[in-house]
Each structure stands twice: as C-alpha cells, then as structure tokens.
Design a protein. Structure first.
Length: 76
C-alpha cells in the first residue's frame, strides 16, 4: 500500500485554526474562545450566542490552566 504525500491541511497543531462554533438559529460564527457567552452551573458550561441568546452547546464545567490540572470554571 502506498501513502500519498501529506496535504497542506496537515499543518502543525500550532498552525491550525481553532475550532469554530456556529449558531444554528442565526448563523453567528466564532472560535470556541471567541465572543460566546459562557454560563456555568451544576458542573456544566453552556455556550450561548451573543447575538440571539440561543444555547448552542453544553460542556463539562472544567477549564485548563497553563499546564496545570483541570479546575472547575467559576460561576458568573
């Protein structure tokens, strides 16, 4: 079996764009660490659209610090 040469899409991790989230209700788009409103409660973080206030995702309520262990995200 032969392998094809890597494409230009196989950039080093530091060269890749961050994940982009899209609001299904109004089509707003931003990176995961962009302008989404984050609401934390009961160990879950909700990502809410800043344009139309639609909750687009829920994730476990932990956030990484610089190389350190995971810790709960404080409620706002």
């Amino acid at each position: 079996m032969t392998r094809s040469a890597p494409s230009t899409d196989d950039a080093a991790p530091s060269d890749r764009r961050k994940s982009v989230l899209f609001c299904w209700a109004c089509a707003h788009a931003s990176t995961i660490d962009g302008d989404w409103i984050r609401r934390s409660s009961d160990g879950v973080v909700e990502y809410v659209c800043p344009v139309c206030d639609t909750t687009i995702d829920e994730r476990p309520g932990h956030e990484r610090t610089d190389g350190g262990p995971r810790r709960p995200v404080p409620s706002r």
